[in-house]
Write a new protein. Sequence first.
Length: 169
Amino acid sequence: MSFKKGSFKKEKWQVDEEEGYPRWTEKQKQWFLRRDEGVCQFVDFASGKPRSCFNTKNLHIHFIVPPRFTKHLNLPEDQIISPLNGIVVCEFHHLNCIHPDIGILARKMYYYTPDSYKIMEQWHKTLAQAGIPYWFTIWDELLKMIATARTRKYLKEHPNDPFPVKENQ
């Protein structure tokens, strides 16, 4: 399975304040797309039963625990930039279920305040410094379990395609 290089455009909500924090490289993003078969991995329980998304458009590589927050947990970079801390999710689930403040509030505020995304990022920074998660953490354990299972399966089936780390990129 091959994915087009550069298929991840920078969204307006991804402001540059994250500089200094680890980010996914293009090779890592492509690896996640291969591991997750280019499909959103979000599982919704709104109906009372688990329902997978299966969306293949507008995909994001989501940090399960964001780098800005891991700094305050004193996690080493190899636990932040890890196949167990990333997962493919569609834009809808990423911005409405995991980060609804960005998906809903910032978008609505954008009409009145074009800097609303920067305001939201500053709010995230303030919360992270206080050790308060700025995303819905209810999904974290499930997403970690999915990432772990998919990583084990993928590496078993594709032993010659390890997760790209800085040394071998």
